[in-house]
Design a protein around this ligand. Structure first.
Ligand code: ATP
Length: 136
């Protein structure tokens, strides 16, 4: 077991809180990996896949937007939402993806459509679908 502690927290719940060997996460400047002894740093988190290994097993999580802090062999990830791969409702994510794509296909000037919001929803849905595929 590694000497690195991972905590993934959302406003609703603690999704992960355990010792791990390695964490790989979707940072705002690109994917980053953390092993024991990593230098302290702070980064944004974008919708994507967060994975970690413990006891020779790799677990996959879909995360949305937030930030991560690495300090004293602890990785703290605070995001709007996060689900373990097996918790993801793929049909729901596909519906969210189709809804977002349909909104994005309209003319940019269409009133009542918030394109940035639709783009963000699309990114969350794609992240969930990709991560769910890891356990299918
Ligand atoms: P939807 O339009 O389907 O609600 P969303 O991207 O707007 O998707 P979020 O606002 O990111 O949803 O998340 C709201 C809550 O629902 C969070 O607790 C999140 O973990 C959960 N959630 C969202 N989509 C899924 C999914 N496909 N499977 C499981 N949980 C989900």
């Amino acid at each position: 077991m590694g000497n690195l502690f991972l905590e993934v927290v959302t406003p609703e719940r603690v999704v992960v809180s355990q010792q791990v060997d390695i964490v790989v996460a979707p940072g705002s400047l690109g994917e980053f990996g953390v092993l024991q002894g990593h230098v302290p740093f702070l980064t944004g988190i974008l919708p994507g896949e967060l994975r970690y290994s413990a006891d020779g097993r790799t677990e996959y999580l879909a995360v949305t937007t937030g930030f991560a802090e690495v300090s004293d062999n602890k990785v703290s990830v605070l995001v709007d939402a996060a689900e373990k791969a097996k918790e993801i409702d793929v049909e729901r994510a596909k519906r969210a993806m189709e809804r977002a794509k349909e909104r994005l296909s309209r003319d940019r000037g269409t009133p009542d459509i918030d394109f940035q919001r639709a783009e963000a929803a699309l990114r969350r849905a794609i992240a969930r679908i990709k991560v769910a595929e890891k356990v299918m």
